[in-house]
Write a protein that binds this ligand. Structure first.
Ligand SMILES: [Zn+2]
Length: 410
């Protein structure tokens, strides 16, 4: 069974230091590559889907969270405020209030809607130290977040499109959804949820419409909603079967009300937009933790810290190996050369066992015109000897296609 904390240390992906503090992991170079590629992937998918990216600060004045409702419903999970002159500022517990203010800062016509505002941004949660560990329960979170400001008529379609984006990302990343959950408020804890029964009924009905229309099997669960509304949670399971929420989609009538958001309709009058909150991969930390466990460190080729390792059998093939390395790097691949100084060929192959492509260059390959390599794939297959040009083209094609296949014939 794979534990992302153990693998994260063994593979030099991330670690923690008591001086930085519990629940505050840092990313080592190989882990930083995985995170960077994942973040760029998300931005690209979102751009294609019509999202526009913003940046907003990771703190805000206490009043901002009083208006959003976090202060009265969510303060147990928030860091204590910092005194700053006569003001109090707070590390933000979510990005929603900032995005509502960004929307409100400009006037919007119905023609501009839906306005899909996205950000990969930091947020903070004051987890107790007892539950911290690895990347799954952290105090500093990088969230893949977006808010779609739209008309009531557009909300269901926007939420449905968000579910499609989630499904596409899971296919590209090799992630399997354990189940879909419609998360509703619980009866017991009165202070936990915004009290507005009509609002809850309306949002719940729309989310059911989204799920039913998508043909996705789901189960409703009480006590799992956000404080301001119900949500669709996409659950994943770790190797031990423990579930966690990775992706979410919400239809929200509460925040637009609290922030007095509006748009100008075809009638020239002000109308209230709906806010669809959605996250494709949730927090980057939890997504990478899951990817590590799901793939046992053998990331899909497009995400792998090193995609190609070039293995000259002896010093005689070093020039040819160096030439292939330069071309691979020039094409944007993450490639390394491991020469005979790193040990026997067998030892070098074992050391590179998580690298999706290994190009062995021996006497025979050097003879074949000076641009051949015997290819080994991480999964044990040996597609044979190909030219360097063919190998690089094949890898580039698999990387661009994403998904988990290595040679295109899976
Ligand atoms: Zn939100």
């Amino acid at each position: 069974m794979h534990d992302h904390r153990r693998l994260g240390r063994e593979l030099d992906l991330f670690d923690t230091d008591p001086l930085m503090g519990a629940g505050l992991p840092y990313w080592l170079p190989d882990g930083a590559i995985v995170r960077h590629v994942l973040e760029e992937y998300i931005r690209e998918v979102e751009r294609e889907a019509g999202y526009r990216h913003v940046y907003s600060p990771v703190l805000g004045k206490r009043e901002l969270y009083e208006i959003s409702g976090h202060w009265s419903h969510y303060s147990d999970d928030m860091f204590p405020p910092m005194e700053l002159g006569a003001e109090q500022v707070v590390l933000r517990p979510s990005l929603c209030p900032h995005h509502a203010l960004i929307y409100r800062s400009r006037s919007h016509s119905y023609r501009e809607l839906p306005f899909r505002m996205a950000e990969l941004g930091g947020m903070y949660r004051s987890e107790l130290s007892g539950v911290l560990g690895g990347l799954t329960r952290v105090r500093a979170i990088q969230l893949n977040d977006a808010h779609i400001f739209c008309t009531l008529e557009q909300a269901v379609e926007e939420a449905r499109a968000a579910l499609h984006l989630i499904a596409r990302a899971y296919a590209d990343l090799g992630i399997r959804a354990a189940r879909h959950r419609l998360s509703l408020p619980g009866g017991g804890d009165k202070g936990k949820y915004v009290a507005d029964p009509a609002l809850w009924r309306r949002a719940t009905a729309l989310l059911r419409e989204v799920l039913d229309g998508s043909g996705i099997a789901y189960e409703a669960a009480e006590g799992e909603a956000a404080f301001y509304g119900p949500k669709i949670d996409v659950q994943i399971a770790d190797p031990a079967g423990r579930e966690a929420t990775l992706s979410t989609v919400q239809i929200d009538f509460h925040q637009p009300e609290r922030f007095d958001l509006h748009y100008i309709g075809p009638d020239g009058a002000k109308h209230r937009p709906v806010m669809v909150h959605r996250s494709i991969i949730g927090s980057v930390e939890r997504a990478v933790a899951h990817l590590i466990e799901q793939h046992g460190g053998a990331f899909p080729a497009w995400l792998a810290p090193v995609q190609l390792v070039i293995l000259p059998v002896s010093d005689t093939q070093l020039d040819q190996a160096g030439n292939l390395l330069r071309r691979a790097l020039g094409q944007g691949l993450r490639a390394e050369l491991a020469g005979p100084e790193h040990g026997s060929l067998g030892a070098r192959v074992r050391a590179a066992r998580l690298v999706p492509y290994q190009a062995v260059i021996g006497e025979r390959e050097a003879e074949a015109g000076g641009d051949a390599a015997a290819v080994r794939l991480r999964d044990g297959r040996r597609p044979g000897t190909v030219s360097g040009a063919e190998l690089l083209a094949r890898i580039a094609e698999r990387v661009a296609a994403r998904g988990t296949g290595l040679w295109g014939d899976e």
